[in-house]
Design a protein around this ligand. Sequence first.
Ligand SMILES: [Zn+2]
Ligand SMILES: [Zn+2]
Length: 308
Amino acid sequence: MPRPKAITQELNVSQLGIFLLFHAVTLYLLFQVSWAPQWLALGLGMHVLRFLGITVSLHRYFCHKAFRTSRAFQMVLALHGSLTLIRGPIRFASAHRYHHLHSDSPEDLHSPDHGFWWSYVGWLMSKDFDTHTRDRVRDLRKFPELVWLDRCYWLPALVMAVMFYLVWGLEGLVWASLASTLTTWHLAFFVTSVFHRTGHQDFETGDRSGNHLVLALLTLGEGWHNNHHRDMQSAQLGFKISQPDPGYWVIWLLEKTGLIWDVQHFDAHRFQRPQPRPPKAAGLTKPVQASPAIKQESDTALLNALPH
Ligand SMILES: [Zn+2]
Ligand SMILES: [Zn+2]
């Protein structure tokens, strides 16, 4: 296991300042533009497109390699993921792989154990983010175009914002670009905070990840978070027909077009993790902790399974 790094919770003031200024400007402009249905529909459509950038492109592909694709389409996925304006594909993958290695332990970068505000967004505005997100991404760093985009991750969203302004004026800029940025951000922040404190645990994963229908619908499948911690390489986060997973539906369509292949599905034997909980015990809201031996075995398997 890599040596865990201490979390200092020291904020990056300039990063936080830009974040707060972005909110202030967007909220001010929202009261200067039309709220007609077509603009709301445009904002909603862009929100869905950008959140797909998180769940399909950044999370399922770059973090977990849940499917394979060509180098050219990999770049399309990287551009798509960068539209979320959270981070580029390499930094995002490094932070998230670190979370899987240390989930709900003191080393977990965004564990709610460090406080709700911290797990919601503080970790992303901190100096810890810089020191914890440099490793475990050799598989991505070997592509120069990804390294470049990771440095300029804000560029695709800026180009998109200018295009919307030129085509639809201020309404286009505010609804399609600025407002959908805020909704995408805050829904993503739910994943790092609330998803480790709510929902059912169908699997004993040694952490507090939960499955939650409403959150899964809002986050295009990410709400099946306990499933995901059980088998992180599965492109399907909803393991049952009763667990809708819109992000996977997009992956299924991409596979049909031939743009992606080798899509991974839930494998009950992957990583030799602990078996599903008995039905009577499922549905708990209290944390479930695997025994230290199981946790250590599981962590080692997890480390071996993560792309490097
Ligand atoms: Zn998690
Ligand atoms: Zn993950």
